[in-house]
Design a protein around this ligand. Structure first.
Ligand code: NAD
Length: 497
């Protein structure tokens, strides 16, 4: 049995907590390990270790910090398959999908390697007689990250590489559902030679999260997870004087215009709706064809594709999607399909009875497709986070755009069209943070920043990229006078030249 350890001050340690969570292989339903639900005292130890590492780390020239990051990048690259296997073992996603996750995390490390340039400040000579002014960005201190189950390696990598490159030290609280991949990457981080205590990992649940939110020595918190918890983390963290970025849930729509290539739009919806079994915050869960003819043509393309989805364990190289992460989540998704039927949606493909051969106890749900979903149904309003695609028919582009604009979530969206005018109007006017034009999952690359709008984010900063650098640093502006000729007598008026 895999017994997951904490990592505090460079030491991997067994938690003293009496509470633990069980870890499962989602393809078989077998218990494979245990994760400690650590205590607030253990979080205190991790913060103390991060604080002890801080002075040397924060004062180290950024170029030297970047050299550790280059080594880390190389190690993650060469061990990508090991990390992917650890992801799949507890999350259930296919090996290739897990490799894609590692690659997107790696790209944030690559971005962080450029930290000397990213921290370059501004300088103005002679802002007054013999007076110069410069502004630069300094680290915050000890910062923390709290991450979700669906990208167990990538989302932590959205946070700590950039945070530590900026000169902060870090305490990470990974998801308790699939914590092992984080530890594979942690070992690589240590192998890269980062000083002990720069990165610390404390596993746990609400007890550790609350300890983070109330700890006086933690200056900032990055959170990614569901909206109710994001809102809680934001309000509690900011009430305790911390800088907080909290990214929440999503309901992403893809508008299909009548002029779109239906076959390409259906292919895009398959990957975006069913990839990773729909457990992506950028998954498309609502298709909005404009006009009944478009809707009929789209359903005709989609239905056979959904019926022939290849679903299996991560070990099956042909599988296009795997199981859901847990039994509880599988039951929740099945409950949503029942609700959709009860609410009167048209169930075109029913994934409820699906069984993967040889994996009877796995947490599988088959690909599910609903047509004629209306905006008052729970399957439309709420995030299902499973392989369930809802088609909501719109009579015009305006109806489609308005539907998206009034939805409580605003993470990602896409439009498929050959009409440049429609595409440009959509990009300009839609109230969503990340927009794809003929791109179904518009996740920004590492040198841009990731963040939704509305109740998909709480806080002012998107994550990673230039916004990440701003989040993990604070501005200092210094005004200097040399030679030291400050003139005669005191001046009581506001300084001007
Ligand atoms: P979750 O909110 O259940 O858990 C996220 C983190 O919060 C975990 O570390 C968990 O231990 C902690 N947590 C859970 N309940 C808590 C509580 N009551 N008090 C304090 N902490 C608590 O989310 P999840 O199920 O792990 O992940 C899926 C969700 O994450 C989906 O809603 C998805 O859309 C969202 N997500 C969003 C993004 C984004 O960038 N916007 C990215 C990935 C996932």
């Amino acid at each position: 049995m895999n017994r997951v350890q904490n990592a505090i001050g460079g030491e991997r340690t067994d938690s003293a907590s009496k509470r633990a969570g069980a870890l499962f292989n989602p393809a078989t339903g077998e218990q494979t390990g245990e994760v400690p639900l650590s205590t607030a005292a253990e979080l205190d130890d991790a913060v103390a270790a991060a604080r002890a590492a801080l002075p040397e780390w924060a004062n180290m020239p950024p170029l030297k910090r970047a050299r550790f990051m280059f080594k880390f990048k190389h190690l993650v690259e060469t061990h990508a398959a090991d990390i992917a296997r650890a992801i799949s073992a507890e999350h259930g996603k296919t090996h290739d999908d897990a490799l894609g996750e590692v690659q997107r995390g790696l790209e944030v490390i690559e971005f962080a390697c450029g930290i000397p340039s990213l921290l370059k400040g501004e300088f103005s000579r002679n802002v007054g007689p013999n007076v110069d002014s410069y502004a630069d960005r300094q680290p915050l201190g000890v910062v923390a990250g709290i991450t979700p189950f669906n990208f167990p390696a990538m989302v932590p990598l959205w946070m700590y590489p950039l945070a530590v490159a900026c000169g902060n030290t870090f305490v990470l609280k990974p998801s308790e559902k699939d914590p092992s991949a984080v530890m594979v990457v942690y070992d690589l981080f240590q192998q890269a030679g980062f000083p002990d205590g720069v990165l610390n990992v404390v596993h746990g649940d609400k007890e550790v999260v609350d300890a983070i939110l109330h700890h006086k020595d933690i200056k900032a918190v990055s959170f990614v997870g569901s909206t109710p918890i994001a809102e809680y983390v934001y309000s509690t963290g900011t009430a305790n004087g911390k800088r907080v970025q909290a990214l929440g849930g999503a309901k992403n729509h893809m508008v299909v215009m009548p002029d779109a290539d239906m076959s390409k739009a259906a292919d895009a919806l398959m990957g975006a709706g069913y990839g990773s079994a729909g457990e992506r915050c950028m998954a498309i869960s609502v298709a909005v064809p404009v006009g009944d003819e478009t809707a009929d043509a789209l359903i005709e393309e989609l239905a056979p594709r959904v019926r022939s989805l290849k679903i299996g364990a991560a070990s099956d190289p042909d599988a296009e999607m795997g199981p859901l992460v847990s039994k509880a989540h599988q039951q929740k998704v099945l409950g949503y399909i029942d609700a959709g039927v009860q609410e009167g949606a048209d169930l075109v493909v029913d994934g409820r009875g699906f069984k993967a051969q040889g994996f009877d106890d796995g947490y599988f749900v088959g690909g599910t497709l609903f047509d004629r979903v209306s905006t008052d149904m729970s399957i439309y309003k709420e995030e299902i986070f499973g392989p369930v695609l809802s088609v909501v028919r719109a009579d015009s582009y305006e109806t489609a755009a308005n539907m998206i604009n009034v939805h409580e979530y605003g993470n990602g969206t896409a439009i498929f069209t050959r009409d440049g005018n429609a595409a440009r109007a959509f990009a300009d006017q839609i109230e969503v943070g990340m927009v794809g034009i003929n791109v179904p999952i518009p996740v920004p690359v590492a040198y841009h920043s990731f963040g939704g709008w509305k109740r998909s984010i709480f806080g002012d900063h998107a994550i990673y990229g230039p916004e990440g650098v701003r989040f993990y640093t604070r501005l200092k502006t210094v005004t200097t006078r040399w030679p030291e000729d400050i003139g005669a007598g005191a001046v009581y008026t506001f300084p001007t030249i």
